[in-house]
Design a protein around this ligand. Sequence first.
Ligand code: C5P
Length: 224
Amino acid sequence: MKKIIIALDGYSSCGKSTTAKRVAAQLGYAFIDTGAMYRAVSLYFHEHHISLTNPKEIEKALSEIHISFQFNEHRGASDVYLNGLNVEDEIRKMYISQMVSEVSAITIVRKAMVAQQQKMGKSRGVVMDGRDIGTKVFPDAEVKVFMTADPVIRAERRQLELLQKGEMIDLEEILENLKKRDIIDSTREEGPLVQAEDATLMDTSFMTLEEQVDFVIQLHDAKV
Ligand code: C5P
């Protein structure tokens, strides 16, 4: 069967990664969580005290960063590695969420990540989730879905996710973080979060995970 690219873009905590992971497993496709890549870069910048206003420092740091994914049998998905170290848990923490949108708005950071993502999806057969996959990384993706959901529902989902990892954060703080990231992500110059003209909108506020997966699989099946 023909292998294609499925681009899942949209706001944080709309269920993009969970849906993408399931769709990829069902189709035997690779799943690439591009948010994890920006989070890994943020972690490196944090650990090495990189100034976000110093392009030379950023450029040097980017040349030292190697991001890879490795399948974790236990989770049934790929963990992200930063310079050979598994950082899957660390990058999900709140302090990274608080800096990632500023890091990912930096043009040279985006250029480096987009180039790597394009390489990863070159042979197609991938489900990639992010903000600019259907508009910038793979404008020729055969399936494009733009995911959205009510902000309070998104914040509640995120709170539960963090709680399951042992981080108890106030709902208000999470909601503020999501709103702030939405604004930065949607208004940046390079690769802003916008719905591609040819993307199908999916509001997941009242959808089950199964419904979300079926929705994407049906779009996929119509293309192959
Ligand atoms: O998907 P997730 O919420 O983990 O993404 C974290 C952040 O990474 C987003 O808020 C956004 O700032 C950035 N991002 C991006 N482009 C992507 C994926 C994520 O700018 N393709």
